[in-house]
Design a protein around this ligand. Structure first.
Ligand code: FAD
Length: 496
């Protein structure tokens, strides 16, 4: 083989990319990972790698001069503030009809997410990945993903007594009183560590409200799981602050064009490498944007017409409820949610009881609902503007609001309470402008074959959330990881 050809290049270092890199390296393949975000391995002036949620700074947002917090207001007042422009960890990427939150850096979404690690109920799996055999997923790949990610459960006795989950106990009580099933949600936060935080024996992370802009201690991000194993193989190099901008067929595989970025987001160098195999793991939005552009601009013209289609928001919608004075939710709130209200079968909603880690008593219950929705959007190339558009309609969220209402209208009527109207603007009940869970854009068995191979281009693969047709019925990263494990096993067995 040509020494100048990289055997495998992986675009992105989130869940799909980390799984691909680990399994390829373990199979003896040298891998190069390219990541547009920062490495997040060096503490700042305050001794911490990541900024706290209550004191956002340059580290918090990807190339913004003002924060764009999911909760924009409190008691009617806007709470966003000015920050220096920097290649920070959380991207609030704006399309015409929706803001899509994503992680930027080595570890992808695992750096910023809530750590909720939920395997969908098997009876709902047909709605998630209709062309994948559930026996192999529930027998092999979900258990493998859960083990590698370090998924664990809160100790129920601790949940029942700690101040940090009073907000979740109030959420559970209200669910019970309205006869909704509730479940404990497994997470990748180290629960033993959180108990030590509460005992005051270790530096605090979840219990000082770290979430969204990174967790400094207790969360097992990919840096502590898959990527630590990746490094131990000695076969993988990672280039942070490098963004893939082009992929074209070339002798020996594909010529990949990569821009090196400075921390202002500006390209400071352009590099070209040839790779025998290229894995698109830039996330649902990142992979879709790349493939749509590469097809439209003639770099990969034979990509099929399904590229860019089937994108969904996992039905995300947020709301708050105003509780009575006798139902305080607590000044101390762990940033890691661990209780869910399951009304999927009856009303199409799975709602997490989420924290409002403000440090003061708010008497508010706050929820992120995942809902069943029919609408799917498409990414298209906008040649005039030289960028990729998404045709999501804000009005489509009404389906999600109605599904969430099947839970919260009932709870409000039972408790004699009302919705909060001060969290997403002035007199606005629903947080319906965003998603944390972008899915689809290169759907399995449509834009690719049933294992993520891009037909017409041997050696090109998709291996991230863009394979999933718009919904995982619960939080997505366990499913993204398990699907990547399934696909890479097949690819290693047949394509190497
Ligand atoms: P990602 O993890 O998004 O990784 C893609 C990587 O590719 C990124 O690091 C990106 O910077 C990089 N990239 C993109 N384009 C390029 C390019 N052109 N060149 C080089 N690199 C590129 N899910 C859950 O299951 N549970 C939760 O509790 C949860 N909470 C969340 C909270 C927040 C605030 C957010 C934003 C997400 C949350 N999610 C949660 C969603 C979850 O994090 C994502 O579904 C998951 O990270 C997607 O994995 P992925 O492998 O598809 O891509």
């Amino acid at each position: 083989a040509d020494a100048a050809v990289i055997p495998a290049l992986v675009i992105g270092t989130g869940y799909g990319g980390s799984v691909a890199a680990l399994r390829l390296a373990q199979a003896g393949v040298d891998v190069h990972m390219v990541e547009m975000g920062m490495a997040w391995d060096t503490p700042g002036a305050d001794g911490k790698i990541f900024a706290n949620t209550t004191t956002p700074d340059q580290r918090s947002f990807w190339l913004r001069t003002k924060t764009k917090q999911p909760l924009s207001n409190f008691l009617g007042f806007p709470i966003d503030k000015a920050i220096p422009r920097y290649t920070g960890v959380l991207d609030a990427e704006e399309f015409a009809g929706i803001t899509v939150y994503q992680g930027r850096g080595v570890g992808g979404g695992s750096l910023v997410n809530g750590g909720m690690a939920v395997t969908p109920k098997r009876e709902n799996f047909g709605d998630v990945l209709p062309t994948v055999n559930p026996d192999e997923m529930y027998g092999t790949y979900y258990p493998r993903a859960n083990a590698e990610l370090g998924v664990n459960m809160i100790r129920p006795a601790w949940f029942d007594t700690t101040d940090a989950y009073q907000y979740a106990r109030v959420g559970r009580k209200h669910a019970q009183r309205s006869n909704f099933p509730y479940v404990f949600v497994p997470t990748v936060y180290d629960w033993n560590y959180m108990e030590q935080e509460a005992a005051g024996t270790v530096p605090k992370s979840a219990l000082v409200g770290e979430i969204l802009y990174g967790n400094n201690y207790g969360k097992k991000s990919l840096q502590k799981t898959y990527l630590s194993k990746v490094r131990a193989t000695g076969r993988v190099t990672i280039s942070p602050l490098h963004r893939v901008v082009n992929v074209v067929p070339a002798t020996g595989g594909y010529k990949v064009t990569i821009e090196q970025l400075n921390t202002n987001g500006d390209p400071i160098a352009v590099k070209e490498v040839t790779a025998a195999k290229v894995f698109f793991a830039a996330g649902s939005v990142g992979t879709s944007k790349l493939l749509v552009k590469l097809k439209a601009t003639g770099a990969l013209p034979n990509l099929n017409g399904e590229v860019g289609k089937g994108w969904g928001d996992n039905g995300n919608v947020m709301c708050g409820r105003a509780n009575h004075m006798w139902d305080p939710t607590g000044a101390l709130q762990s940033s890691i949610p661990t209780l869910g209200i399951d009304n999927w079968a009856a009303g199409g909603a799975f709602a997490e009881v989420a924290p409002l880690p403000t440090g003061i008593e708010t008497y508010a219950s706050f929820y992120l609902s995942i809902t069943k929705t029919p609408n799917r959007a498409q990414f298209t190339w906008n040649a005039a503007a030289g960028k990729v558009d998404l045709n999501w309609q804000t009005a489509w969220k009404s389906v999600s609001i109605n599904a969430a209402k099947t839970i919260f209208d009932k709870i409000n009527s039972k408790e004699g309470t009302i919705y909060r109207t001060d969290l997403f603007g002035v007199y606005k009940i629903w947080g319906d402008h965003l998603t944390y869970h972008p899915l689809g854009g290169a759907i399995l068995n449509r834009a690719t074959d049933n294992y993520g191979r891009l037909q017409g281009y041997p050696g090109l693969y998709v291996i991230d959330g863009s394979l999933i047709p718009g919904s995982t019925v619960v939080n997505p990263f366990v499913t993204i990881t398990a699907l990547a494990e399934r696909n890479i096993e097949k690819i290693i067995a047949t394509d190497l």
